[in-house]
Ligand binder design. Structure first.
Ligand SMILES: [Zn+2]
Length: 135
């Protein structure tokens, strides 16, 4: 399901920008964020600073990170809700067996909170998309 995304994030042997071998610890750290080696990141950020575009760039990076974090959160919340649905379904169909610790009203509560949370996350994602304007 999510295999492709992980694949594209794996670090290649050579930096796509400068074609040098990426093997430093800092390269590994920079790769998932910038998709280039550490030297290239430093070089790019120096350029951006010189052009006065660093703030803009930084902001964009933060937004991108936020966005992917929010998408992750959304996915997890969805999975959690599905799990809750199953618990509820099982509990309903099996009646009140003593080993069930979960209180149904509690589940309803949690689900409502999660749904609210999901809504907020979605709204945030939408706002970000609208603010961006161009790629
Ligand atoms: Zn490089």
């Amino acid at each position: 399901m999510k295999g492709k995304k992980i694949e594209s994030r794996a670090m290649p042997l050579f930096c796509p920008k400068c074609k040098k071998v990426m093997k430093k610890r800092l390269d590994k750290k920079m790769w998932p964020i910038h998709n280039m080696c550490f030297d290239c990141v430093i070089h790019m950020e120096t350029e951006l600073r010189r052009n006065g575009k660093f703030k803009e760039y930084e902001q964009k990076k933060i937004e991108e990170n936020m966005k992917s974090y929010l998408k992750d959160t959304k996915q997890k919340a969805k999975e959690y809700l599905e799990a809750l649905n199953q618990v509820e379904f099982l509990q309903n169909s099996m009646g009140d067996i003593e080993k069930w610790d979960v209180d149904l009203s509690q589940i309803k509560d949690i689900r409502e909170k999660y749904n609210e949370h999901l809504d907020q996350v979605q709204k945030l994602i939408d706002t970000m998309g609208n603010n961006k304007g161009e790629e």
